[in-house]
Design a protein around this ligand. Structure first.
Ligand code: 13P
Length: 248
């Protein structure tokens, strides 16, 4: 049976002090459950202290550079994250693709570099409203997955967490219906089966993201091919976050 994985993505919210207050309030209230990974992606400035403060919460980074080091002003490297014992890193979020020139190629380089360092990429994919309305979601997402997984071995592919986030459902309050979310997550899993094999497809964790809240998470996670959620807005407030991860 696959585990479930719920990760908050704080984006550019919360100072280090605010992050620490949140963790102080939330961490001890995470119900221990070996089948659930409960995490938050925090801004770089909060990573070090958040990692030290969190006992139950998994602390993720929201981005990383694929090069080990170099003249890349403003970037953060994998060794920098490893030194803080960060394990999970969100890559290829649509906001980074749309606003910061992230491409399938850079996402792939980041995934390869993270896996080579025994870290776990949370690889985001998802289509715009235009593509959704043109009924081209399947081809779009399959292409993102094919390119994102380029040269990744089957053994490593299993470790990747895929987050399917339709752009039209992010921060809009417009959640994809559980049926749509399931349909696309199934397409993603089938694509992984065709790129690798059924074993990899059965093991890989696939999240849905886009206006997930405590009120709708249960129905979303009840879908056969959805193993978790990547949550923006609703992960910022302690009670709401706890409502997400203690949803049962
Ligand atoms: P919202 O949950 O605020 O729609 O954001 C989703 C998201 O982008 C998570 O990465």
């Amino acid at each position: 049976m696959r585990k479930q994985i719920i990760i908050g993505n704080w984006k550019m919210y919360k100072t280090n002090s605010e992050a620490l207050n949140f963790i102080k309030e939330v961490d001890s209230k995470i119900v221990k459950n070996s089948n659930l990974i409960a995490g938050i992606g925090v801004p770089f400035t909060a990573l070090s202290d958040a990692k030290k403060a969190a006992k139950n919460l998994v602390i993720a980074a929201e981005n990383v550079h694929f090069e080990k080091e170099g003249a890349y002003t403003g970037e953060i490297s994998i060794p920098m994250l490893k030194d803080l014992n960060v394990e999970y890193v969100i890559i290829g979020h649509s906001e980074r693709r749309e606003m910061f020139n992230e491409t399938d190629e850079t996402v792939n380089k980041k995934a390869l570099a993270l896996l080579a360092n025994n870290m776990i990429p949370v690889l985001c994919c998802g289509e715009s409203l235009e593509i959704f309305e043109a009924k081209k979601t399947k081809e779009w997402v399959e292409n993102q997955i094919t390119k994102g997984f380029n040269q990744i071995s089957a053994a490593d592919a299993k470790k990747v967490v895929i987050a399917y986030e339709p752009i039209w459902a992010i921060g809009t309050g417009k959640v994809a219906t559980p049926e749509i979310a399931q349909e696309i997550c199934k397409i993603v899993r089938e694509k992984i089966a065709s790129l690798y094999n059924q074993d990899v497809a059965n093991e890989i964790l696939i999240q849905y993201g886009g206006s997930v809240k405590p009120e709708n998470i249960k129905e979303i996670l009840n879908q056969a091919d959805i193993d978790g959620a990547l949550v923006g807005g609703a992960s910022l407030i302690p009670d709401s976050y706890l409502g997400l991860v203690n949803f049962k």
